[in-house]
Design a protein around this ligand. Structure first.
Ligand code: HEC
Length: 136
């Protein structure tokens, strides 16, 4: 019986995953996925970019953003989907725009945030609350 309860608890934890909730402690018993860690860095980078733009500076890109296509995800099926790949590709193009010294950093920043939101609305709604903080 103990094992039965333990496996129910484990299943609930696995089901919650990174997409369903805002968590400080990793819920995934195997630790955070590469993609979850990359996403947190994307968020931090986004906050730095927002600050730079507010000061009228050109945002600097430090992140290895192309990893969005290769990082292991908590739910690999999601990251393998066409929807995921399409939004990931837009994110890469936008970040390349910044790297190449885009002349319209504000607009590009806004399209970056709406791209975060679109992919999350489609695949992973939990972090949308946090993503709102990136809005200008
Ligand atoms: C191509 C789709 C896609 C795009 C674009 C995207 N995300 Fe995500 N995001 C995901 C998926 C899928 C996960 C779940 C990752 C996992 O658990 O493996 C995730 C997870 C997260 C998390 C939770 C990480 C954690 O602590 O578990 C945050 C925060 C996040 N994304 C922020 C962002 C921000 C900010 C952007 C834009 C700069 C962004 N995302 C763009 C798909 C996307």
């Amino acid at each position: 019986m103990k094992i039965f309860y333990a496996s129910i608890i484990l299943m609930v934890f696995v089901f919650l995953g990174a997409c369903q909730s805002e968590q400080k402690v990793p819920l995934n018993p195997n630790g955070d996925s590469e993609l979850a860690i990359l996403m947190r860095e994307m968020f931090e980078e986004g906050m730095n970019m927002k600050e730079a733009i507010a000061k009228g500076e050109h945002p600097k890109v430090k992140l290895k953003f192309k990893d969005i296509l290769t990082a292991d995800a908590t739910e690999p099926d999601k990251a393998a989907s066409d929807v995921y790949k399409a939004y990931a590709q837009s994110y890469i193009s936008i970040m390349e725009g910044f790297e190449n010294g885009a002349s319209n950093p504000e607009e590009l920043y806004e399209s970056m945030v709406s791209n975060c939101e679109s992919c999350h609305k489609a695949l992973c709604p939990g972090p949308l609350v946090r993503i709102k903080k990136l809005k200008v």
